[in-house]
Ligand binder design. Structure first.
Ligand code: 13P
Length: 251
């Protein structure tokens, strides 16, 4: 069975003191939780101090992005090796804010995913449709296209390192969560696509998180869906009580 996986994406929030306080609070609240995988993804600047605050905990560390080149003249970018050096296990790749605010393409996302896996970093690969896509009946087409392009060229063995996060863009930060049925429908579609691309075993083993206004009050019903294997949480991951309540609801 797939082990549930919840990750907090702190986005461009916290500061040097509040990031450590949040991490330390979670480490205290979640001591002993072992039945699910938990990760937090602070801003790059606070990775090292958050890593120290989490050192005696089961909570893993992730970055919010990564660049595909190993080193060199890439001003402002951060490599896989640098993230590994700062104790990261995961990197969010292709988040909708990077796609739609920063203009990241499927091709760039594909390179990042390949580089992350090659360097031993586990990608949390985000996909999701815009409201206009959904209203035009294009959700399946858009999401399937993102999955195929993002994973293009990866052999089945490497794909196993990936967690997919389905985040409908209209649900992110809006308070408008996808219904459990809407989430399940897209997750099942993604899993059947993975089966076609990589076979049954890999499709069954890959975890698919839901993200978009997930919070304590809707955690249980989202997680009750057979193909929802976890959550990628934005706003609610910034409060110790809320994120801890979500972890405990799943565990
Ligand atoms: P919210 O939980 O704030 O809607 O954000 C979701 C998200 O984008 C997580 O990556």
């Amino acid at each position: 069975m797939r082990k549930p996986f919840i990750a907090g994406n702190w986005k461009m929030n916290t500061n040097s003191a509040s990031a450590v306080a949040l991490a330390a609070g979670l480490a205290r609240q979640l001591a002993g939780v072992e039945t699910i995988d938990v990760a937090v993804c602070p801003p790059f600047l606070y990775l090292q101090s958050v890593a120290a605050a989490l050192s005696a905990s089961n909570i893993a560390l992730g970055a919010q992005d990564v660049y595909f080149e190993g080193n060199g003249a890439f001003t402002g970018e951060v490599s896989v090796e640098m993230l590994k050096d700062c104790c990261c296990s995961y990197a969010i790749i292709g988040h909708s804010e990077r796609r739609h605010v920063l203009g990241e393409t499927d091709a760039l996302i594909n390179k990042k995913i390949a580089a992350a896996i090659a360097g031993g970093l586990l990608p949390i690969f985000c996909v999701g449709e815009l409201l206009e896509d959904r209203e035009a009946g294009k959700t399946t087409q858009v999401v399937a296209d993102q999955v195929k392009k993002g994973l293009d060229g990866l052999c089945p063995e490497r794909v196993q390192a990936v967690t997919i996060a389905y985040e409908p863009v209209w649900a992110i930060g809006t308070g408008r969560t996808a219904t459990p049925a809407q989430a399940q429908e897209v997750h099942a579609m993604i899993r059947s696509l993975l089966e076609k691309l990589y076979g049954k075993d890999i499709a069954r083993a890959l975890r698919i998180q839901y993200g978009g206004s997930a919070k304590p009050s809707n955690t249980a019903e989202l997680m009750s869906q057979p193909d929802v294997d976890g959550l990628l949480v934005g706003g609610a991951s910034l409060k110790v009580e809320d994120f801890a309540a979500m972890v405990k609801a799943i565990a």
